[in-house]
Write a protein that binds this ligand. Structure first.
Ligand code: ADP
Length: 408
């Protein structure tokens, strides 16, 4: 089955075209960045089974998401002849609120529900909706399935997802923890179980998605029981530009005692905090470079980043009743061996340790970095949200009826 995956962000669109059969093959992919700017960046990639990739890019303006989607569909039509050879489109939608716990077929009611959740995800859900609307317009015959970033967390028990605030806020305003990065946490948890040749429901796993945005999840018996992001993606770990956990009183203190209004404070928590707030840069590679030059603030940023993660690992260890596997994923998690090492040095108390030297272990890109005597498996797993969306979309649509073969 051919599935097109669309991931519309606030200023970007990514797409991947997969053939999902016994094997999963990436056929075409690409992205458009800096949408709305004079020099938008477009990249298209044609993949081949030999591993060679043909690339084409351009830097002409793409005025809005609708124009971006048209550019992508034009490219797909040129490559495929027509869109008829696709069976479905899977869209990433960031916020599914409490209504959506599984992949869902798009119809006008579902669109309305996604729209009603815009106040919960004002940057993301509107862009996601534009992607869906563009496909509806350009390829009305194609079934569209939405896969929610929040859905993996529907299994959280109330004691984990509720805040200790007046009950009426939950009833009237849906104030609760939702969690994000669910598609990534789900993908790497499944990949870990496959790699360890165990059923997911036999494992107690902590997954760390450490990119520019960062989150942790605790998974037991195949279901997620806790996660670090909350009502919005601001809660939890120290991130590139987001503060993660803070005392909520900080907001009121600043509003009363500085000339910043609430909007300004919210922007600063999201865009000028985290690593950037502490040492001025949000790219972890830059933070290391500064720390190596003796920059005290950069070292503090690394210490705080790792310490916060360790606090969550400790809490989830207790919540899970033990730990079988710790998974590192996303930009920092997959590439930063120093961060892996600092965090894993603290695992000794839980019986975990890692090898001093590690090499890639197989073609999936998964690395087992745990020491031979470690009681906790420590795996580095490249995340692939697009493939997870393609899998969930294909599973939702179900097996396609076979076309009658000629002569029968
Ligand atoms: P997002 O999708 O949230 O933007 P990514 O998963 O792409 O984030 O991760 C981006 C971050 O990964 C960068 O900001 C950078 O800090 C970090 N990163 C990427 N490569 C490396 C590396 N080799 N070493 C350390 N950090 C890295």
């Amino acid at each position: 089955m051919r599935v097109l995956v669309i991931n519309c962000g606030s200023s970007s669109i990514k797409f991947s075209l997969y053939e999902i059969a016994a094997d999963e093959t990436l056929l075409l992919s690409g992205r458009i960045e800096r949408i709305g700017e004079p020099e938008s960046f477009t990249l298209f990639r044609e993949h081949s089974t030999t591993g060679k990739t043909a690339e084409a890019h351009q830097t002409t303006a793409v005025n809005d998401h609708t124009a971006g989607m048209k550019r992508i569909v034009d490219y797909l039509r040129a490559k495929l002849g027509s869109m008829q050879s696709l069976q479905a489109v899977g869209h990433r939608v960031v916020h599914g609120g409490e209504s959506f716990q599984a992949p869902t077929l798009i119809n006008s009611e579902v669109m309305e529900s996604i729209r009603s959740m815009v106040p919960l995800a004002p940057l993301h859900n509107p862009a996601n909706l534009i992607g869906i609307e563009a496909i509806t317009q350009l390829c009305p015959q194609l079934p569209q399935v939405v896969v929610f970033d929040t859905a993996f967390f529907h299994s959280l028990p109330p004691h984990a997802y509720r805040y200790a605030v007046p009950e009426v806020w939950y009833e009237d305003h849906k104030v609760r923890r939702y969690g994000f990065h669910g598609i990534s946490h789900q993908f790497v948890a499944n990949a870990a179980a496959d790699h360890l040749q165990k059923a997911l429901h036999e494992l107690r796993i902590i997954t760390l998605h450490l990119g520019n945005g960062a989150s942790a999840a605790a998974i037991r018996n195949g279901v997620c029981i806790d996660t670090s992001m909350g009502m919005t993606p601001l809660e939890g770990l120290v991130m590139g530009t987001r503060c993660g956990d803070i005392d909520p009183s900080l907001t009121f203190y600043l509003a009363r005692n500085s000339d910043m209004g609430l909007n300004k404070i919210e922007t600063l928590f999201n865009q000028s905090s985290g690593l950037k707030g502490i040492c001025g840069v949000n790219d972890m590679r830059e933070v290391h470079r500064l720390a190596n030059e003796g920059n005290v603030q950069a070292q503090l940023a690394i210490d705080m980043f790792c310490y916060r993660i360790c606090k969550y690992i400790g809490a989830y260890y207790v919540a899970l009743g033990g730990l079988d596997a710790l998974i590192f994923s996303a930009g920092i998690g997959e590439n930063d061996s120093l961060i892996q090492q600092i965090i894993c040095n603290k695992l000794a108390v839980l019986g975990g340790s890692i090898k001093q030297q590690h090499t890639q272990s197989n073609t999936t890109g998964i690395m087992d970095i745990s020491a031979n005597n470690s009681k906790v498996k420590v795996l580095v797993i490249p995340t692939n949200e697009e493939l997870e969306i393609a899998r969930q979309t294909a599973a939702f649509i179900g097996p396609q009826p076979r076309r009658p073969s000629a002569g029968k």
